[in-house]
Design a protein around this ligand. Structure first.
Ligand SMILES: CC(C)(COP(=O)(O)OP(=O)(O)OC[C@H]1O[C@@H](n2cnc3c(N)ncnc32)[C@H](O)[C@@H]1OP(=O)(O)O)[C@@H](O)C(=O)NCCC(=O)NCCS
Length: 330
């Protein structure tokens, strides 16, 4: 009898730029204050990728190399690399191709996947399916976002939220029932009006007018998005537990997307999780979009044990949202 293949996470890598942008720094740039930012969002500082001609691939590449080093493999062994990002180096070609070139992953094919803040969850689910198909042995999913490239630093409602970073996981076949066990992914395109970038796509190509009108930055109706996010992320995490007949007691950790601490608290509460079971690093990195969840796994990996049930959960632009159940493999 052939054994069922699952996709196990066998290594995690990460990269955060050195430069910090603190709440005190932002106080000098816009009309805000540390107390407001911390109580409304949970963010104290974020990392910013500085330097000429540096893009998402300059964070994605070192994150994947970190992962290869930890697993003891050469990038040449990677079969496929999925790069989840809303801030690709260029509109085309795919940042996945650029990362593969930078790290010498000469045998890999790959593509970019864009699902805003849920990008990494979508990437894990599709990467796992490639492994489960039996066709690929080593699939990398990397979330890399240089949010500072699309943040308007004169808009106090968004510039306080975002930061730059990358995180990556390696997926490999497993026959012990470890790895990605279940995912519920959702999307609702009617959410576009609340969170988007107005220009730069085929609908409204870049022009002098769009640049002058600051239409190449994140546009967000924060309170509306907040309302959808609190309900969406908590509901889908609850649904995932129920359909797997699990309760909060069965879960070792929640690795949530780090958009706002209040959204994370609501999700943890719905799942019946105590605070020590929630991976939380929003205070140090802010919202790094596709990188938040792998960055949590990267920082928490020494606390994880083989067989631990871990839930990943996210909500983002689109709207997109979802939750994934993982049994830790090492
Ligand atoms: C953006 C967000 C932090 C704003 O928090 P909020 O509690 O909704 O705050 P509001 O936008 O209602 O603003 C409340 C007041 O603070 C003010 N304010 C907004 N930004 C501020 C800032 N940086 N500093 C000080 N005051 C600020 C507002 O102008 C408003 O003032 P008013 O009452 O005089 O009009 C919150 O809405 C949020 O996290 N939204 C979801 C983000 C998200 O999950 N995105 C999806 C994934 S990317």
């Amino acid at each position: 009898m052939t054994q069922k293949l699952t996709a196990a996470i066998t290594a995690v890598g990460g990269f955060v730029p050195e430069d910090k942008l603190t709440n005190k720094d932002l106080e000098k740039m816009v009309d805000t204050n540390d107390e407001w930012i911390v109580t409304r969002t949970g963010v104290s500082e974020r990392r910013i990728l500085k330097g000429e001609a540096k893009g998402a691939s300059d964070m994605g590449a070192p994150a994947v190399l970190d992962l290869c080093r930890k697993r003891g493999i050469d990038p040449i062994e990677i079969d496929c690399l999925i790069c989840c990002t809303v801030t690709p180096d260029m509109m085309f070609p795919a940042t996945a191709n650029i990362i593969c070139h930078k790290i010498g992953a000469k045998n890999a094919w790959g593509y970019d996947l864009q699902a805003a803040c849920s990008g990494f969850l979508y990437g894990v689910t599709t990467g796992a399916a490639l492994i489960e198909s039996g066709r690929y042995k080593k699939v990398v999913v990397v979330g890399a976002d240089k949010m500072s490239a699309i943040v308007d630093y004169s808009d106090r409602t968004t510039c306080i939220l975002f930061g730059d970073a990358a995180g990556a996981i390696l997926l490999e076949p497993n026959t012990e029932g470890l790895g990605v066990l279940d995912s519920i992914l959702k999307s609702d395109g009617s959410g576009v009006s609340y969170l988007h970038m107005k220009a730069g796509g085929s609908l409204k190509p870049a022009s002098i007018e769009t640049v002058t009108a600051k239409e190449h930055f994140i546009y967000q109706e924060g309170p509306a998005v907040f309302k959808f996010a609190v309900k969406g992320m908590a509901d889908v995490a609850g649904e995932l537990l129920e359909r797997n007949q699990l309760t909060g007691d069965d879960i070792a950790f929640l690795a949530p997307h780090q958009a706002n601490k209040r959204i994370i608290d609501a999700t943890a509460q719905r799942m019946g999780l105590s605070p020590e079971k929630v991976m939380l690093n929003i205070s140090r990195y802010g919202n790094t979009t596709s990188a938040t969840i792998p960055l949590c796994l990267w920082e928490w990996q020494s606390k994880l044990n083989k067989g631990d049930n871990i839930v990943l959960a996210a909500f983002g632009g689109g709207f997109t949202w979802g939750a994934t159940l993982i049994k830790w493999a090492y």
